[in-house]
Design a protein around this ligand. Structure first.
Ligand code: ZN
Ligand code: ZN
Length: 343
């Protein structure tokens, strides 16, 4: 958990918190790479021993992990470089390219597996040394499971979609391997050799499903998807607690960019407030928001509450702040003119 302590107008080239976290993230990406290499070696050995395309398909899924881990490492390094003169908003979205590339590679791996499984179904072949082969598969799966948990915990702690995605993917690989283990075991017991091809086909389909969900997640990120409901609720709760006769809000928008979270909102303050007072108010609100949503970058737009122009700039799509949709939508002064003052 890191709460940025530098004010938004700080002249520092990058906030210290993200770069400190990125050292850890790079380390985890290396862990994923070594785990993938070890897993591929073990599963490929199991395939060579048994001649099972089911085991080969499992090895191919680990090959996808290796490519994904390398792309993730590159993306994390790029994202950690912070803002530059050319990329003034930083490159936090580099993570999404990693997930998108992983999805694309997954489709290629799945196509190869599906073709091989069809071929093996037409030309079935008996398996050899199934017992030893499956023991090697168990060893690879235990390694995968441990690394998956480490990656997911680190990813959640550092708000990295790449690490969480890698960890989740490794964990589904463990379940895939369990399915392959049972299936190949059944081939040995029943002697129905075509079952091996059926297993490989099912693994191939599973790889495609994984690829689709990974790509849709990263595309949503590139299209500036809103923050999740939990974060949006935390933000609107704070804005409502600051709402009074003097201060209202409208035009709340949120979005995620890799590890970063962003929000925009307009604050209507009394026309008579000085710039200094409004600025202090906005800064204190900013700090409260950052405490509630770690990693949040807030853009706060201050406007006079009685000026009709303040209500001409409400965006066409926004996150509702109040259950009563009339609050913050029109000048309270104009509203007061319509109704006789209560004496
Ligand atoms: Zn300021
Ligand atoms: Zn406005």
């Amino acid at each position: 958990m890191t709460t940025p302590s530098t004010p938004p107008e700080s002249t520092a080239p990058a906030e210290p918190a993200p770069s400190r976290g990125s050292v850890d993230l790079t380390r985890y990406a290396w862990l994923a790479i070594f785990a993938a290499i070890a897993t591929i070696a073990l599963k490929a050995a199991a395939w060579a021993m048994t001649g099972s395309v089911g085991l080969l398909s499992d090895a191919a899924e680990s090959g996808v992990n290796l490519v994904a881990a390398v792309v993730a490492l590159v993306a994390l390094r790029v994202a950690a470089q912070g803002a530059t003169q050319r990329f003034l908003y930083g490159r936090a979205k580099a993570e999404y390219f990693s997930a998108a590339a992983e999805g694309a590679i997954i489709f290629v791996a799945a196509a190869v597996i599906l073709v091989m499984s069809a071929d093996r179904f037409i030309h079935p072949r008996p398996l050899e040394h199934v017992g030893v082969g499956l023991l090697v598969l168990v060893a690879a799966s235990v390694l995968n499971g441990v690394v998956a948990v480490v990656l997911m915990r680190a990813g959640r702690r550092h708000r990295s979609i790449t690490l969480v995605a890698d960890g989740k993917h490794l964990l589904t690989d463990v379940w895939t391997s369990v399915g392959v283990l049972v299936g190949v075991g059944l081939v040995a017991v029943t002697g129905w050799h075509r079952l091996d091809a059926v297993i490989a086909f099912l693994v191939g389909v599973n790889i495609i499903v994984t690829g689709i969900s990974l790509m849709s997640e990263s595309i949503s990120g590139l299209l500036d998807k809103a923050l999740d409901d939990e974060d949006n609720d935390a933000i609107t709760r704070i804005l409502r607690s600051h709402t009074s006769r003097d201060v209202t809000f409208h035009g709340l928008k949120t979005r995620e960019a890799g590890q970063e979270k962003h929000m925009n909102v307009h604050i209507q303050v009394p026309d008579t407030w000085t710039v200094k007072r409004a600025h202090t108010y906005a800064h204190e609100l900013d700090e409260e928001l950052m405490r509630a949503v770690p990693g949040l970058h807030a853009e706060l737009h201050v406007e006079p509450i009685s000026d009709p122009a303040s209500y001409d700039d409400i965006p066409s799509a926004e996150i509702p702040i109040y259950p009563d949709s009339s609050i913050g939508r029109t000048s309270p002064d104009r509203h007061r003119q319509d109704t006789p003052p209560a004496q």
